[in-house]
Write a protein that binds this ligand. Structure first.
Ligand code: PRX
Length: 659
């Protein structure tokens, strides 16, 4: 981990433009002035437990009320410990019981243009049937279920059905390879896999089932597979009838009544694997009550949610943003959610804007990398569409550069919509730093201030707050309800990763600075984690994939600034023995990484080198490699570099590259 990167970025992020919400927006906003914001902020920070307890009763329906709020034995939190509830009841039953069964829950748009509108009553029915199907296959409270599914309503059904019977789900994004799926399944010791034959992406069929077939050869704990026929392109004839079940056939036989399990607040809701600074992905564990409260409350306030909103978050449900802000947060608020299966530029780059026009979307939440792609594709694709329904925009996943922020505001928001830049992580469960759109002045490039009850700070190595406008480590100083509870099966790693860097504080792994107005400017990761198109990837994981190839002796992977993706993947590779660097080998190594991890980890650049720059103690000097990858002169401290000639040879390789 280095903080030199945090320091160098400090000087770049200077932004004086500031935007206030329009009078019209403010007049109808839930939190409509800084005074109101300040009052709530103070209430939350005076007595966080009383504040969260109040919100937990306001936002959630309890089967058994709680008497304890927080039990904090650092680093383990129990929130609302003796309460009981069910997440699917909170997302479905209570709305239907309140007479909202006919409200649209999901507006689904398939890539080829097929559509479905699903009400809360219908979604509840499907969830009950599917929960009964899970039970028929022997899934019981506590069993882990893998979900490797496309962006179809059935994915939401599968998640909520798991929640209904208390079986923690673990989604794996469809861009991960068979090998990545198998290793996650093995780590979770999952009993069941839910998948689809495939899905549509840019006009072709992505064969998900093939990956599952391959994964299952190495995933011995999986007893059964449920396959949704989305494309009908997969031949059922090849299925193993003993353990592979057709979604619709299974559903047909089930009752649409399934009493929900009454689950303890701390019952595990899901595991979600994410990259850390070591090779092995971490199974982030979230539990029921605290997580759901975080999602429900932040969804309502950060998106200034109103009952008549049509809300669209473009994230895939396989990522945490999809969990919290496609599924649990919006559905807990009885929102109408748009889900789109395909790519933003298929059949042409106006597809997103057409969808906004068609469904009269009012709140739109996406990633900076998508915004930068739209800028590249050209304004004409935006200008054709009527975007007047929009009233609020959001971004997530990576720092947004001021140019992209301004374009988003002007072209998509037509200078009318506030932008909420939301900082959070898989581990935090829900939004931690973001504007309250009716109150907070926004600036391009800052997620502004912490949410109520969140004690964020920027500190030095010893945990002392750094002065304003100085780079440091972003930390959270008090437990919050939706925090991760542990790393599944590896509590020691949980302690080490998040609680050992600075005693008493949750260590986010991000660098940040705070300005004189209290705004947080996130500078990106200070550990060996890359953020490629808003996807989190571990350099170590890619390195392990590379060195598992028989031709590779050593590999070092670093991020290189990229105008669209934020960061791209640059690999420095030394070869075994007499192996010669060739363009064919380069292609093979790229394929090798894709096979091991998935297409999302495809290296953008592979450079062969005779040796890697190392310190005298043998540590690879990534800072130097980052400079070389970015084509910058290194001006940092090089006194510990073992062999200066290595640097020269690497620079030389840059001229010869790309082979
Ligand atoms: O570096 C931060 C960046 O994404 C990381 C978390 O990645 P992940 O767990 O995959 O969750 C992404 C979606 C919540 C963070 O450590 N990040 C996320 N949001 C922002 C951000 N960086 C800057 N600004 C943001 N708004």
């Amino acid at each position: 981990m280095t903080d030199s990167r945090a320091k160098t970025i400090t000087s770049v992020l200077q932004e004086e433009r500031s935007f206030l919400p329009s009078k019209e927006f403010q007049a109808r906003a839930r939190i409509s002035s800084l005074a109101q914001y300040e009052e709530l902020r103070q209430e939350a920070s005076r007595d966080p437990e009383a504040f969260w307890a109040k919100k937990a009763r306001e936002y959630l329906q309890w089967q058994k009320d709680f008497t304890q709020v927080l039990d904090w034995q650092e680093p383990h939190a129990k929130w609302f410990g003796d309460g009981q509830l069910n997440a699917s009841v909170n997302c479905l039953d209570r709305h239907v019981e309140a007479g909202r069964g006919q409200k649209t829950a999901i507006l689904w748009e398939g890539e080829p243009g097929d559509t479905r509108r699903i009400t809360y009553a219908e979604l509840l029915q499907d969830v009950c049937r599917f929960a009964n199907a899970l039970k028929e296959l022997g899934i019981r409270k506590g069993d882990r279920v893998m979900i490797y599914m496309p962006m179809v309503p059935e994915t939401v059904v599968a998640m909520l059905a798991c929640a209904r019977i208390g079986a923690p789900h673990s989604l794996v994004f469809g861009g991960f390879s068979a090998e990545a799926l198998a290793s996650r399944s093995n780590d979770a010791k999952a009993k069941l896999m839910i998948t689809a034959d495939g899905n549509y992406r840019r006009g072709s069929v992505v064969p998900l089932k093939n990956n599952v077939d391959e994964a299952l050869r190495h995933a011995p704990t999986i007893e059964n597979v449920i396959v949704l026929q989305r494309t009908g392109k997969d031949q059922q004839g090849t299925w193993n009838k003993e353990r592979e079940h057709d979604w619709h056939e299974l559903m047909q036989k089930q009752s649409d009544i399934c009493p929900p399990e009454e689950l303890d607040s701390e019952h595990p809701l899901f595991l979600l694997y994410t990259s850390g600074s070591t090779g092995q992905p971490k199974g982030i564990l979230h539990t029921t009550a605290g997580y759901l409260l975080g999602c429900a409350y932040t969804f309502a306030e950060t998106f200034d949610y109103r009952d008549d909103d049509v809300y669209w978050c473009t994230a895939d449900v396989g990522w945490v943003t999809g969990h919290s802000y496609v599924v649990y947060g919006p559905l807990a608020n009885a929102a109408t959610v748009v889900i789109y299966e395909g790519a933003p530029n298929y059949p042409d780059p106006s597809r997103f804007w057409q969808i906004i026009e068609k469904y009269k979307v009012t709140i739109f939440y996406t990633a900076p990398t998508a915004i930068r792609s739209f800028i590249k594709w050209g304004d004409e694709f935006v200008e054709k569409q009527d975007l007047s329904s929009l009233r609020l925009l959001g971004t997530v996943g990576e720092p947004i550069n001021p140019e992209a922020w301004m374009w988003y505001r002007q072209k998509i928001g037509q200078d009318r919509c506030p932008i909420v830049d939301t900082w959070w992580q898989t581990e935090t469960g829900c939004i931690m730093i973001a504007p309250f759109p009716g109150a907070t002045p926004t600036r391009p490039g800052t997620a502004t201030r912490p949410f109520f009850g969140i004690e964020a700070d920027v500190v030095d190595h010893d945990g002392n707050p750094v002065p304003d406008n100085t780079g440091g480590f972003l930390v959270i100083k008090k437990p919050w309800p939706s925090m991760l509870r542990t790393i599944y099966g590896d509590d020691e790693r949980y302690r080490k990763q998040y609680w050992s860097h600075i005693p008493g504080m949750y260590f986010t792994g991000d660098g940040a600075r705070r300005d004189e107005h209290g705004n947080f400017w996130i500078m990106g990761r200070i550990d060996d984690v890359l953020n490629v198109s808003g996807h989190r990837l571990s350099t170590m994981e890619i390195e392990s994939a590379l060195v598992s190839h028989s031709s590779v002796a050593e590999a070092a992977v670093v991020g290189r600034p990229d105008a669209i993706k934020g960061e791209s993947i640059a690999c420095f590779v030394t070869l075994e023995g007499k192996t010669q660097p060739t363009p064919e080998l380069k292609t093979e190594l790229i394929q090798h990484v894709v096979r091991h991890i998935g297409a999302l980890a495809r290296p953008d650049d592979i450079r062969f080198t005779e040796s890697l720059p190392k310190t005298r103690s043998g540590k690879i000097m990534r800072r130097l490699l980052r400079d070389i990858a970015a084509g910058r002169q290194s001006n940092g401290d090089m006194t510990t570099l073992e062999d200066f000639s290595v640097l020269e040879r690497l620079r030389h390789s840059e001229e010869q590259e790309s082979v």
